[in-house]
Design a protein around this ligand. Structure first.
Ligand SMILES: [Zn+2]
Ligand SMILES: [Zn+2]
Length: 164
């Protein structure tokens, strides 16, 4: 929440070269199963939130690919994180790019004519924690993350924590 108690959100790409801020409510929050969203996100579907009052880019700005005559797809030119779906009337943000994606819950699905059949079966698959994989568990103690933290920072590029 901001000082005047409007909801406020922040987020950005994986490397931190692009950061955004949103104030106020969301006009819509949804996932889109259309083939263009699958391709643009490299994923089964695209999770997208459209703020009523638009987006402020607080560090850098996305590079954009014109995916159709009515839409642009924004992404970080440094690390490739998908960030936006933009039309002449609105900018939708990738929910996974928010610092707290759990705050932005979808309320609808679109493009279901292109939905991949097994998507509905995902909740029934065997489920594991990261450390349940012995090979990964062995690597975890020495792992250093170069992902930008889930909050705004004063400097970029950042000196990864743990690097001398
Ligand atoms: Zn980036
Ligand atoms: Zn779509």
């Amino acid at each position: 929440m901001s000082l005047d108690s409007k909801p406020a959100y922040s987020g950005g790409c994986q490397c931190g070269a692009v950061r955004f801020r949103v104030e106020g409510a969301m006009k819509s929050v949804s996932v889109c199963h259309c083939r263009m969203c699958q391709k643009a996100f490299g994923a089964f579907y695209a999770p997208l939130a459209t703020p009523v009052e638009g987006v402020t880019w607080t560090r850098g700005e996305p590079k954009r690919f014109r995916s159709s005559s009515i839409a642009l797809r924004g992404f970080c030119a440094e690390c490739g994180t998908p960030l936006t779906f933009e039309t002449p009337n609105s900018v939708a943000l990738a929910i996974g790019a928010f610092d707290d994606p759990g705050e932005v819950a979808p309320t609808a699905q679109w493009g279901i004519e292109a939905k991949i059949g097994y998507v509905d079966d995902l909740p029934d698959l065997p489920a594991h924690r990261t450390e349940d994989d012995p090979e990964v568990a062995a690597d975890l103690p020495g792992l250093r993350s170069f992902q930008h933290p889930d909050h705004d920072t004063d400097d970029w590029p950042q000196r990864p924590e743990g690097l001398g």
